[in-house]
Structures are given as structure tokens and as C-alpha cells.
Design a protein around this ligand. Structure first.
Ligand SMILES: C[S@@+](CC[C@H](N)C(=O)[O-])C[C@H]1O[C@@H](n2cnc3c(N)ncnc32)[C@H](O)[C@@H]1O
Length: 192
């Protein structure tokens, strides 16, 4: 099955991809991850969504394309340079707010159980501050991560962290968890 032919790309994606390439940003989410985020976002009408690690806004574009008019998204990144691409692309979309801040510092200030979907796409919120990221997920809400399968840009020794993270998630009594061999390797956790 040529799955990519059945995926509906966000209108803003080509512009963002061009800017991403021009910037030399190499940590971008792939289309299959985006398509999954799009359908998960669509399952949360009037949802409150969070992305940790905006990058240049690729997953942001997929999330926004699935969200309805009443949903909102906060996207956090430490890099103003990367995030500026996303800010420009979505300057007229009132549903999204970009925050330039360390993800852990952001999470520490959030009340518990306040987001319907968290896409944790920075090291922080996954390998650091995992409990803080899980704490902001509402009951019935999604915590989503990718890059669980070997990636060419992993730093040395990173592969050892994958089973540790996966088993930590699987053993968390507050979540149902499913690892999926899709795109770069996904885990979806749903808060009980
Ligand atoms: C994998 S990339 C994000 C890719 C993006 N979500 C996409 O769909 O293309 C990881 C991002 O996390 C950001 N980052 C790294 N450390 C961070 C931190 N402590 N807090 C917030 N963002 C961080 C990096 O600047 C980078 O843009």
C-alpha cells in the first residue's frame, strides 16, 4: 500500500519544508508522523494541545490541520531561529501560540491534567522531565512520541535510552500505552 498517497498534507507544509531546508534544520518530523498527529488532533474537538519542540513548525502544521476552530495549540522551543519559521507560517492563525522557552521550565508552570494531547518532540519531555510532561495530560488525553526506531542523527549511545523510556512508559499505572511501528517509531500513551 502506498500509504503516503492517502495522506492529506497541510496547506502550509510546502512553504515550511522549503524554509526548513534553507535553514539546514535536520530534525524535522516525517509525513507519516504528521498524518498520525493530524487524526489524533481531529479526535479532540475544542481540544487543548501542546507540542514540545516546535522546530520549524512541521508537526505544528499537521496538528493545526487536524484541529477544529475551537481547539488551541501551544508550541514550545528554545530556539527562536527555528521557531521563527513556524511563527511566520502561522502568523494569521489565532489557534496557535508559540513560546520560546525551555520545555521543562514551561511544564513546571502548568497545572496538572490540562492538555488533551501532548506531542513531546524534544529530549525534554521525553528523556528528561518525563513525569512533568505526563502530568499535564488530561484523562482520555494522548501523550505521543516518535523516533523510537534507529535514526541517523542519534547522538552516540542514544539507542540505550529507548528501551528505558519505553519500559518506563509501559509500567506507568496511569497510562495505557501502545508502541507502533509507523514512521520513525511511535508510542501513543492514553491517560486513564
Ligand atoms: C526533533 S526537533 C522538533 C521537530 C519538530 N517538532 C518537527 O515536527 O519538525 C527538536 C526541537 O527541540 C528543541 N529543543 C531542544 N531542547 C529543548 C528544550 N529543552 N526545550 C524546548 N525545546 C527544545 C530544538 O531546538 C528542536 O527544534
Amino acid at each position: 500500500m502506498d500509504d503516503l498517497q492517502y495522506i492529506q498534507e497541510p496547506p502550509a507544509l510546502p512553504e515550511i519544508l522549503a524554509a526548513t531546508e534553507a535553514l539546514g534544520f535536520t530534525m524535522a518530523s516525517e509525513a507519516r508522523t504528521g498524518a498520525l498527529l493530524q487524526v489524533l488532533a481531529a479526535s479532540k474537538p475544542a481540544g487543548r494541545l501542546l507540542e514540545l519542540g516546535t522546530g520549524t513548525g512541521i508537526a505544528t502544521s499537521w496538528l493545526l490541520s487536524g484541529m477544529d476552530k475551537k481547539s488551541t495549540l501551544i508550541s514550545v522551543d528554545v530556539s527562536e531561529e527555528f521557531q521563527d519559521v513556524a511563527r511566520r507560517a502561522f502568523s494569521s492563525d489565532p489557534r496557535v501560540r508559540f513560546i520560546t522557552q525551555d520545555a521543562a521550565a514551561f511544564l513546571w508552570c502548568q497545572p496538572p491534567s490540562t492538555f488533551d494531547l501532548v506531542f513531546a518532540d524534544a529530549m525534554t519531555g521525553k528523556y528528561e522531565a518525563l513525569d512533568e510532561a505526563l502530568a499535564v495530560v488530561k484523562p482520555g488525553g494522548f501523550y505521543v512520541i516518535d523516533d523510537m526506531l534507529p535514526q541517523p542523527n542519534w547522538p552516540e549511545g542514544h539507542e540505550k535510552k529507548i528501551p528505558v523510556l519505553q519500559s518506563e512508559l509501559a509500567q506507568n499505572p496511569l497510562f495505557h500505552v501502545v508502541p507502533i511501528v509507523w514512521a520513525s517509531g511511535i508510542v501513543i500513551a492514553v491517560r486513564k
